[in-house]
Design a binder for this molecule. Structure first.
Ligand SMILES: Cc1ncc(COP(=O)(O)O)c(C=O)c1O
Length: 357
């Protein structure tokens, strides 16, 4: 395919790996498409944006990212409808959020024209990797790392922005069991929790591995000060359904402002479902579980879309949510509604779809 772009130089791959990939059996995030987008920050500006074959790169061992973790990323998806049209979902939100994350880590903002031109050119080149059908998508991973070879503890003057792409299949995701944090924290007031900073994820691995040993797949994080407020899960914001009302925590320094979360809040309004955005206490959710008014808990994020939660434990008290598989669950309703919008199968009254032409 011929690609024309004013700003970006394109070196295409001579061969494609696509025929070696079993698209019906994909392990999330292990297979990458033929191309990637790369742009460097040097001498105070982003320069030399290019698309090149996906390949290993070399960095000096002193590159600052290896020492001080100046690294931020995004997660978004491209979808294809049955006519072969390709769509992104609210991509401007991801563009704005990566720059917000970068700002928090003293990293330079990436220009909007390079972001969109790089992304769209990449999607046109790797178009065959985007499979049609609800549940299929191409996961897109924009990220920025500090490349300057210098190990004094200060912000770098050289960075690399990249986008890599990985085909994804959403399997029927079975409900997850979660542990509510009462010792470890993922973020704190004034910290970096609201940034998609690489280190936030590293910090969760150990406490999550402890939860996994106890039979829980994920941790629901609470506020670091008091551990009494329910905040978010590993890579998902969290919603609680008490009777017919939804509740979710407000965003803050400690919580990622999720695109799926804000879309669900809007869809709830469209569907006439009350959604309270306010601090949610562990105590009220335990109380609601005890008196039977807690109908559902689900996580919301780009990777899984909606992930129902079937049980939670807090300080050795275990609560099973028996209505998790109900046909009329909000989790199913929001998942279907979002997927239909993302795959161009329903009206898009908020203009969330972004066609890659
Ligand atoms: C910590 C955290 N919370 C929430 C989310 C959900 O955000 P989004 O819906 O934008 O994917 C993510 C994933 O990006 C995340 O990493």
């Amino acid at each position: 395919m011929a690609i024309h772009t004013d700003k970006i130089s394109v070196e295409t791959s001579e061969t494609s790996k696509i025929n070696t990939v079993d698209f019906s059996n994909l392990d999330f995030g292990r297979v990458f498409t033929d191309h990637m987008f790369v742009c460097d920050y040097e001498d105070g500006k982003w320069q030399n944006p290019k698309i090149m074959p996906y390949q290993a790169m070399t960095f000096e061992p002193s590159a600052r990212v290896f020492h001080y973790g100046q690294a931020v990323f995004e997660g978004m998806k491209a979808y294809k409808d049955d006519d072969g049209k390709v769509f992104l979902f609210r991509p401007k939100q991801n563009f704005e959020r990566i720059n917000k994350s970068s700002g928090r880590l003293a990293m330079p903002a990436f220009p909007e024209d390079y972001f969109f031109e790089g992304l769209e050119t990449l999607l046109k080149l790797d178009n065959d990797w985007i499979k049609p059908g609800v549940g299929n998508s191409l996961y897109l991973r924009p990220f920025v790392i500090a490349t300057e070879p210098a190990i004094s503890a200060s912000p770098a003057s050289m960075y690399r922005f990249m986008i890599i792409c990985s085909p994804a299949k959403s399997y029927y995701n079975s409900a997850v069991r979660v542990l509510i944090a009462d010792h470890y924290s993922r973020s704190a007031n004034g910290g970096v929790g609201a940034a998609k900073a690489a280190g936030n994820y590293a910090a969760q691995f150990y406490p999550t591995s402890l939860a996994q040993k106890k039979g829980f797949q994920q941790v629901v994080w609470t506020d670091a000060d008091t551990h009494t407020l329910l905040e978010e899960a590993g890579t998902m914001n969290v919603f609680f359904r008490v009777n017919d009302k939804l509740i979710t925590a407000p965003t803050s320094d400690r919580i990622l402002d999720g695109v799926t979360r804000k879309s669900i809040i809007q869809l709830a309004e469209d569907l006439g479902i009350t959604c309270e955005v306010r601090p949610v206490t562990v105590a009220e959710i335990k109380e609601a579980a005890k008196d039977g008014s807690l109908k559902e808990i689900f996580g919301a994020g780009t990777a899984a879309v909606i992930s129902p939660i079937s049980a939670f434990e807090h300080q050795d008290e275990l609560f099973e949510i028996s209505s998790v598989d109900a046909e009329d669950s909000y989790a199913k309703l929001f998942k279907q509604t979002l997927l239909n919008i993302q795959h161009n199968l329903s009206e898009d009254k908020h203009g969330w779809r972004y066609e890659v032409k």
